[in-house]
Design a protein around this ligand. Structure first.
Ligand SMILES: *Cc1c(COP(=O)(O)O)cnc(C)c1O
Length: 353
């Protein structure tokens, strides 16, 4: 740290992204990316003309993209916000709505705590129940902003929309941010509640179900007032935060939504296969509605399994964190990748193939 660094941020602990190693090719089951490529329209959208147009600034309002998203989710464009990945939206939302403090689960997306610290906001980490479920009553009438990933990460457990509605009713004076990064893999979206609850901000991303993690594109759906607040923050930091190539790719991806939803169904099928196979091998596997599984076994420790898999060229995600250190989070890749993963686990456990 230089002597010039803001002393308020001296103890800030930054987020640690999952590894993206370059030393060899891995079967990458560690950062919840899609195993499937972007759709054909995305490829076509990134043509020569688009490249030539890079000399111009992009549309700061991302008008076309908002219109397409509004159509898909049956909203007005003014109820849609787009940003440079959904992390960007979380950052803006914490800054915009977190002044009274923020509640989020103790086991959830690691970035929530980082954003709260970055902006100097008070926060409380609410313990998940013993079975890793969220009890929404813990978040009711606390007079704070609420942030919940649904489905949650890294557990994969999902809440029904009815429970989200309870949260919204109990916290009319504060924003309830529902992070739906994984909703397309079998969860229930609360996007339809936006008209009824002006305190709801529903955040999604193109990184997981839409095969565009590298393009950086996230969006939020909320009341016009909430979206206008986010726009104010965006125009106070970087009006061009979604670049021209990503905007064009995003428009094409929304227009080919069916392709991505088919991929999600394939991933759900492979998820069911992987869960069953792991259970046959004696693993405890949480019931996931996301594109990953959270699993542990008594036969080999969490970190040990992670390391042994890595030696075999398979990357999963291990969190060295008290309540979950026996677990690994396994992204669902292609069916072939999951079969290779199961074979590797069998070898490690000394089971015959
Ligand atoms: C992956 C993820 C994000 C971030 O997604 P980006 O759009 O790539 O920034 C946000 N929230 C959760 C829970 C995630 O898992």
């Amino acid at each position: 740290m230089s002597k010039y660094f803001n002393p308020r941020l001296a103890s800030l602990e930054a987020y640690t992204p999952g590894e993206q190693p370059r030393d060899r090719t891995y079967i990458k089951l560690n950062t919840n990316e899609s195993p499937y490529p972007p759709s054909r329209g995305v490829r076509k959208a990134l043509d020569r003309q688009r490249i030539d147009a890079l000399r111009l600034y992009c549309d700061p309002n991302a008008t076309l993209l908002k219109e397409e998203l509004a159509k898909l989710y049956d909203k007005k464009p003014s109820e849609v916000f787009v940003s440079n990945g959904s992390d960007d939206i979380l950052n803006f939302a914490f800054l915009a709505f977190g002044a009274d403090g923020i509640l989020f689960p103790d086991i959830s997306y690691g970035f929530y705590e980082v954003f709260a610290n970055l902006h100097g906001l008070s926060y409380e980490k609410v313990s998940l129940k013993k079975d890793f479920t969220i009890d929404v009553d813990d978040y009711c009438k606390q007079n704070k902003m609420v942030v919940i990933a649904n489905p949650n990460a890294p557990t994969g457990l999902a809440l029904p929309v009815k429970k989200i509605e309870k949260l919204l009713k109990a916290n009319p004076g504060h924003v309830v941010l529902i992070d739906e990064a994984y909703v397309d893999f079998g969860g229930e979206s609360c996007a339809d509640l936006v008209e009824k609850y002006p305190n709801l901000l529903c955040v999604q991303t193109f990184s997981k179900s839409r095969s565009m993690a590298g393009a950086r594109l996230g969006f939020a759906i909320g009341s016009q007032e909430l979206i206008a607040d986010l726009e104010k923050i965006k125009y106070s930091t970087n009006p061009y935060n979604v670049n021209a190539l990503t905007q064009a790719a995003g428009v094409a991806a929304v227009q080919e939504n069916g392709y991505y939803m088919r991929n999600c169904r394939r991933i759900i099928k492979s998820r069911n296969y992987t869960k069953k196979e792991l259970e046959k091998l004696g693993f405890e596997v949480l019931p996931s509605k996301a594109n990953f599984l959270f699993a542990k076994t008594d036969k080999v420790g969490g970190r040990e399994l992670y390391l042994l898999l890595k030696e075999k060229g398979i990357l999963v995600r291990h969190f060295q964190k008290e309540r979950i250190k026996d677990f690994n989070r396994i992204t669902i890749g292609s069916q072939k990748e999951m079969e290779a993963f199961i074979d590797a686990v069998k070898e490690i456990l000394g089971e015959s193939l």
